[in-house]
Structure formats: structure tokens, C-alpha cells
Design a protein around this ligand. Structure first.
Ligand code: PGA
Length: 250
């Protein structure tokens, strides 16, 4: 982790959370004061964004969304635009999560359009990439990540508009994690690709690791070179676990 990059630990609640879960957010906010070295973000389901943004306003905890539509408005039943998320109080949005790529057949071009929509609405885009188990076992992890990165990041991306999250699909929700050597290899590779495409300023773009991050492995995973924080799924649903993960940056 470079001194130029402030770590980010973002919780992806996925399709979990009712209004009563505001107490988890309250506990995260209460613990955030001791964690000034790290940026904290909670990405609840869209139904909770406005309420959570109200609770978290003026605290160090940012509220993000999990997806957006590329268009600002229109006849897209059930969809939510980046502008609407911003209006509800979100400051960031996850795009291209593997669950969106798999269940909603999102392509790199779709993800790029969503990242552009985020920029248009002044939301930070957390752009996810990562290989499947078959791709890892077939030796094509780097190639898959390269092509997702090239296809999903819009031209003109900067550290202020984009965070990359490397999330190997086989590590999400499984309790499995890559070796620290494998993570170092992929994160170093992503850093190089960013630099060759966007120039040396890309030394400041953050690259998160995601996939089964929990209190017991966070220290090891977050100490890998070029890992600038975590995108946390399951463990982010519990305030104490989420704070314990972020606490490695204390
Ligand atoms: P997990 O999910 O931490 O539950 O593996 C991570 C993610 O999908 O972002």
C-alpha cells in the first residue's frame, strides 16, 4: 500500500438487508472514528441507500450502490440510474460485479457504459474483474483479467473516478482465497496495465482485493503489495466483522 493511496474497505451487502439493519450501519459508524487511516464504505441494496445516506451524512462512512443503468433516465422498468443514486446520497457504485456479469449477462461494454454513467453522475465507480475457477485452472487468469480491464474501464479513467476490484469468481462466498503470491501477481499486473493505458498517474488508482475477506485473513491479504483495500461481501453484514477487517489499517 503506497502512502499516495488511502485504503478503501467497502462492504457489498448484495441482496441482503431490511430497514432494521440500520443498527449494523450505526455500529459501523460508531467504530469508524478509530479507523482514520482507512476509508469505509457500505453498499446496501438500493432500497436502503437514501435512509443510510441520511444516517451516515457527516460521518466518515460513505454509502455506495451495487449497480446502475447506463442511461440517466427513461423507459427502463425496474432500473436505477447513476443520477438517481447520487440524488439518494450515494457517492459510489459497484459495476461489473461477477454476479451481475453471470446472472444478468453483463458484458465488458455494459460495464464500461455503467462506469461512464457513474462518472457523469459524479459517483466513484468500483469496477470488478476476476477469473472463474476454470479460467484459473486453465492458466488464463491474467489474460481474462487483462481483457476485462481493457474492456470495462472507460478512456480517461482516473484515481478520482475509478477503483478497480480484483475478485476471483471462485473465491467469492466460498471461503477460498488465492495465495498471496497469486494476488501479488494479479495486482501487480493490473497496476502495470493501468500505467500503460492511463499513464504514470495510475500509481494513485486503488486496486481492491475481494473474495472471502474476513477478520482472520484480512491482515495477510491486505499486506500484499498493490492491494489497497478490500471489497467485502459476507463479512460486511456484521458490523464487528466488517470493522475488524478495516481494523488491519489501524
Ligand atoms: P464475499 O463476497 O466476501 O462474500 O466472498 C465478495 C464480493 O462478492 O464482493
Amino acid at each position: 500500500m503506497s502512502a499516495r493511496r488511502r485504503p478503501l474497505v467497502a462492504g457489498n451487502w448484495k441482496m441482503n438487508g431490511l430497514r432494521a439493519c440500520a443498527r449494523e450501519l450505526a455500529a459501523i459508524i460508531a467504530g469508524a472514528g478509530e479507523l482514520s487511516a482507512v476509508e469505509l464504505m457500505v453498499c446496501p441494496p438500493a432500497t436502503l441507500i437514501a435512509e443510510f445516506a441520511g444516517f451516515a451524512g457527516g460521518t466518515p462512512v460513505a454509502i455506495g450502490a451495487q449497480d446502475c443503468h447506463p442511461e440517466p433516465a427513461g423507459a427502463f422498468t425496474g432500473d436505477i440510474s447513476a443520477e438517481m443514486l447520487r440524488d439518494a446520497g450515494a457517492t459510489a457504485v459497484i459495476v461489473g460485479h461477477s454476479e451481475r456479469r453471470t446472472f444478468h449477462k453483463e458484458t465488458d461494454a455494459d460495464v464500461r457504459a455503467k462506469a461512464l454513467a457513474a462518472r457523469r453522475a459524479s459517483l466513484l465507480a468500483i469496477v470488478c474483474v476476476g477469473e472463474t475457477r476454470a479460467e484459473r485452472e486453465g492458466g488464463s487468469a491474467l489474460e481474462v483479467v487483462r481483457s476485462q480491464l481493457d474492456g470495462s474501464l472507460p478512456d480517461g479513467s482516473t484515481a478520482d473516478t475509478v477503483v478497480v476490484a480484483y475478485e476471483p469468481v471462485w473465491a467469492i462466498g466460498t471461503g477460498l482465497t488465492p495465495t498471496t503470491n497469486d494476488i501479488a501477481e494479479i495486482h501487480g499486473f493490473i497496476r502495470q496495465r493501468l500505467a500503460s493505458r492511463f499513464g504514470s498517474t495510475m500509481g494513485t488508482m486503488r486496486i481492491l482485493y475481494g473474495g472471502s475477506v474476513k477478520p482472520s485473513n484480512a491482515k495477510e491479504l491486505m499486506s500484499v503489495a498493490d492491494v489497497d483495500g478490500a471489497l467485502v461481501g459476507g463479512a460486511s453484514l456484521n458490523a464487528q466483522e466488517f470493522l475488524a477487517v478495516a481494523g488491519v489499517y489501524r
